[in-house]
Write a protein that binds this ligand. Structure first.
Ligand code: CA
Ligand code: CA
Ligand code: CA
Length: 133
């Protein structure tokens, strides 16, 4: 699970990587986050990172967005998401990558994070963070 959390946090799609970010994904403001809303955030993040708009996030574009500090970890994440191993992330590779945090937070598996599920996920996140300290 820890590896998956790192995966989600390190790719630069941070908006979907935290429970708080999940809440920010609630585009229609109904207090719940659907899978489609979470994917829209991911898509927006991809568009932001794809600076030259060629539909791929290259290594250089990733470095520019996320900084070099977490380089090694980034590389591991990239390798995991880069399904065809060409060294860059296509839109499809990013959109099809697992959403472990969403899946984990979606306790009843209905593809919607209710306000209750979001609150529970946030609590878990805070507990996790406290434990790591
Ligand atoms: Ca919503
Ligand atoms: Ca690729
Ligand atoms: Ca749910």
């Amino acid at each position: 699970m820890r590896a998956l959390l790192i995966l989600a946090a390190a790719v630069g799609f941070a908006a979907t990587a935290t429970a708080q970010g999940m809440r920010g994904a609630d585009a229609n403001g109904d207090g719940a986050v659907t899978r489609a809303e979470a994917l829209a955030v991911r898509e927006a993040a991809f568009a932001r990172m794809d600076a030259d708009g060629d539909g791929y996030v290259s290594q250089a574009e990733r470095a520019a967005t996320t900084g070099q500090r977490r380089g090694q970890r980034q590389e591991a994440v990239r390798a995991e998401m880069d399904a065809d191993g060409d060294g860059r992330l296509s839109r499809a590779e990013v959109m099809n990558a697992p959403m472990p945090l969403f899946d984990r937070a979606d306790a009843n598996g209905d593809d919607v994070l209710s306000a209750e599920e979001l609150a529970a996920a946030r609590q878990q996140m805070l507990a996790l963070r406290a434990r790591r300290r």
